[in-house]
Design a protein around this ligand. Structure first.
Ligand SMILES: [Fe+2]
Length: 169
């Protein structure tokens, strides 16, 4: 149902809104990754978080380039989902014993990456309808990095689970 005072009226405006939410998401993730590097116990997890921090800086630039490609000013929009994920992670890290930090971090990474992939899937479908190849290529670069990060986080979680089982057996 359309509201009389709807502010987003065209598919392009909707795309720009979603893009602004994605930018807020990635910038929030930069803050999260910085914090998580300090909380991680395993040096290899710390390195992975650091690597994804650098990738995320590139993703922010890619999103800014998408705004440029569309001739739109860079405009951040709210992203309540990422705020929720950040809050949940912060709360969990305060509640768990330090030895469980890596489990909490990795499950947070998996949840966050799934959300990011969903956001980029939606943007890419809209970009394909708009037919802008540069925009599609920039978004594809981001989603591929998210998919690779998700896969690494799943593998690391499986390895961590095996170690925990061995320790408690
Ligand atoms: Fe990202």
């Amino acid at each position: 149902m359309a509201l009389l005072d709807a502010k987003i009226e065209s598919p392009q405006e909707l795309f720009v809104h979603k893009l602004g939410a994605a930018l807020t998401m990635e910038e929030t993730i930069l803050e999260m990754l910085e914090k998580l590097q300090e909380e991680a116990n395993d040096p290899s997890l710390r390195r992975q978080l650091e690597q994804h921090y650098k990738e995320t800086q590139g993703q922010v630039q890619n999103l800014q380039q998408v705004f440029d490609a569309l001739g739109e000013p860079v405009d951040r929009r709210p992203c309540p989902v990422i705020e929720g994920l950040e809050k949940e992670g912060d709360t969990m890290l305060k509640e768990v014993d330090e030895s469980l930090n890596d489990s909490v971090i990795l499950s947070g990474v998996i949840e966050t990456e799934h959300h990011e992939i969903a956001v980029y899937d939606g943007l890419i479908i809209m970009a394909e309808q708009m037919g802008d190849d540069d925009v599609i290529a920039l978004l594809n670069e981001n989603i591929e990095q998210e998919a690779a990060t998700l896969e690494k986080a799943i593998k690391a979680t499986e390895q961590l689970a095996k170690r925990v089982v061995r320790q408690t057996a």
